[in-house]
Design a protein around this ligand. Structure first.
Ligand code: 5GP
Length: 115
């Protein structure tokens, strides 16, 4: 049992449109999509935010999150045209849910700088 809405999605206590699942990673559609493709990729273990990551401890898990992002991008047909991966960290980073997650955004051209 976890503390955030994403733990409840992992535990199937609340529904989500799940796109990909492995032993360590879950990916599901964002409830408020900001692009034609907007998927959240999360570790199943609870890590609140990027600044809690430890390279040696979490390297494999992070690799698996990137592998999942690439697989989903290919499966959803946005790999060729490109996409954006975003991880918000803390209040100034715009993080709302304190369970580490990577946004996979695609299906339209992105602008820069971010807001
Ligand atoms: P953050 O701002 O923390 O980087 O992103 C949190 C994301 O989670 C937001 O894009 C928001 O739309 C999404 N989100 C919040 N609650 C839910 C939910 O209950 N289900 C799903 N699928 N996405 C959620």
């Amino acid at each position: 049992m976890g503390n955030t809405i994403f733990s409840k999605i992992i535990d199937r206590e609340i529904p989500a449109k799940i796109i990909f699942e492995s032993d360590t990673v879950l990916a599901f559609q964002d409830i408020k999509p900001q692009a034609p493709v907007h998927v959240l990729i999360i570790p199943k273990i609870e890590i609140p935010k990027v600044s809690d990551l430890k390279g040696k401890e979490h390297a494999q898990l992070l690799g698996e999150m990137f592998d999942a992002a690439n697989k989903i991008a290919k499966d959803l047909g946005i790999s060729e045209d490109g996409f954006r991966l975003v991880i918000n960290c803390g209040p100034n980073g715009g993080q709302e849910v304190y369970h580490l997650h990577m946004h996979l955004l695609g299906g339209r051209p992105m602008t820069w700088p971010p807001g």
